[in-house]
Design a protein around this ligand. Structure first.
Ligand SMILES: [Zn+2]
Length: 174
């Protein structure tokens, strides 16, 4: 199973890693899920749309993830802090160059860069840019574990779904 692979000398199935994962899951299941998807390489980078405290950032770093907090602004001008994490500094830098200090927007360019960094299939990103939420035939239980909206008759999402499902199941058990 993918979640048993090794990287950087740290075994994903090691008791240390599992205890970090359980600690994250207690804070928020979705945060732990994003962390594991990112650690497994299914997502080059993930964004948590809130600040995280030093303790949580430390946990992510012990799981061999680079982290960065960034200031953005919303429409009202109010400032928000986002946290991004990735196995590689290169992805953090791409996100930082593209979005640090900028207003949050949903332009096609933004969606394409985000889609690339978040590991979304390009076909789904292009469909979403043209017409968001075009009907697809995914079951609700599949939609719930994805972070992108699958394009109609997508050829990539079913492959991704198997990998996402095994990570989601592993997290539910650990
Ligand atoms: Zn697609």
């Amino acid at each position: 199973m993918a979640a048993r692979c090794t990287d950087g000398g740290l075994h994903v199935g090691s008791s240390e890693f599992q205890s970090h994962l359980r600690a994250l899951r207690q804070i928020d299941f979705e945060l732990a899920y994003l962390v594991l998807l990112t650690r497994e390489g299914l997502k080059p980078l993930s964004r948590w749309e809130k600040p995280l405290d030093e303790g949580v950032l430390g946990l992510l770093q012990q799981m061999h993830l680079a982290t960065r907090q960034m200031r953005r602004t919303v429409k009202t001008g109010q400032e928000v802090i986002e946290t991004v994490f990735s196995r590689t500094l290169a992805c953090i830098r791409l996100y930082e160059q593209s979005f640090a200090g900028t207003p949050i927007d949903k332009s096609p360019a933004t969606q394409r860069i985000e889609g690339f960094l978040f590991g979304y299939p390009p076909c789904c990103v292009e469909q979403y840019v043209r017409k968001p939420y075009a009907p697809n035939d995914l079951a609700d239980r599949d939609r719930e574990i994805l972070f992108h909206w699958a394009c109609p008759r997508c050829k990539v999402t079913p492959v991704l779904l198997d990998a996402y499902r095994s990570i989601h199941d592993l997290l539910s058990r650990c």
